[in-house]
Ligand binder design. Structure first.
Ligand code: URA
Length: 266
């Protein structure tokens, strides 16, 4: 069956579908030796030779899954043309072509998943799945009660109203406060823009959980493989109604997953 080139690239673990589109648009993908820059192009993967930067697609490699505690100062992309440090520099021993599940800003720290499983990535990032992400923001000035209510109910951004959020004032000291906020959308710089919309400047931002997974036991700058239980949990959240056991050769560790994802509709 013919499929869109970006879908084939994502399924082969080369990049997320969105980043695969960027590779195509940048002229880095070729089919039978001819560069394809058209995003709608469909091909029969079995019948053609697809290359990225001249290299053939990786043979279907075992899926790997990591949880990283990203420090500030690393960009969330697999490649950077300007030579900046990327999150992949923090996992030098991983040989598979992994990429980040979603994005954190350069100056945001915290939990970031990385994998070469394009199907799971697309499921987790699909807006319909409403996967929770919890952040702690250090903001100035201290938000008013009314500002916190507005954040909870949704604020107007240039790309539309935000969905309801869970918001909790953790502490305040002088003109600064720490606020915990849980959202399930994944718009660009969303948390910073939401606080700006209620008159607060985000001085520091950390993602403390994603889909119920937390940073417990993972110091800043380090990573660990996901456990089988965590993977099963993610598969379920990504909308795979009959979670399959991980494939025999999936490189994941065993262990119990104690986390729970708080679902919005419960
Ligand atoms: N919201 C932001 O503003 N930045 C991030 O890195 C993540 C969410």
């Amino acid at each position: 069956m013919k499929e869109r080139l970006q879908k084939i690239l994502a399924q082969a673990g080369v990049a997320s579908r969105r980043n695969a589109e960027k590779l195509i648009a940048a002229g880095r993908v070729a089919v039978d030796g001819k560069a394809i820059t058209e995003l709608g192009a469909k091909v029969e993967a079995a019948d053609v030779r697809i290359t990225v930067d001249g290299k053939p697609l990786p043979a279907q490699e075992a899926h790997v899954y990591f949880l990283l505690n990203k420090p500030k100062g690393y960009i969330t992309t697999a490649h950077d043309d300007r030579g900046r440090r990327t999150v992949l520099d923090l996992l030098p021993e991983v040989k598979e072509r992994i990429y980040p599940v979603g994005r954190l800003d350069n100056n945001t720290e915290g939990l970031l998943l990385l994998t070469n499983d394009g199907v799971l990535t697309n499921g987790l990032l699909h807006p319909k799945q409403e996967v929770d992400k919890t952040y702690v923001a250090r903001v100035q000035p201290v938000p008013t009660e009314q500002a916190l209510v507005r954040l909870t109910e949704g604020v107007k951004l240039e790309d539309g109203m935000t969905a309801p959020a869970l918001v909790r004032l953790l502490s305040s000291d002088g003109d600064e406060a720490r606020v915990e906020i849980t959202i399930h959308e994944g718009r660009n710089r969303q948390v910073r823009r939401m606080f700006a919309a209620v008159g607060c400047d985000v001085k520091a931002l950390k993602r403390k959980s994603f889909a119920g997974l937390t940073l417990a036991g993972v110091p800043r700058g380090t990573h660990r493989p996901l456990t089988q239980a965590e993977l099963a949990h993610l598969r379920e959240l990504a909308g795979f109604s009959n979670p399959q056991p991980p494939s025999r050769d999936a490189k994941i560790s065993s262990g119990d997953f104690a986390g729970t994802a708080k679902r919005w509709k419960e």
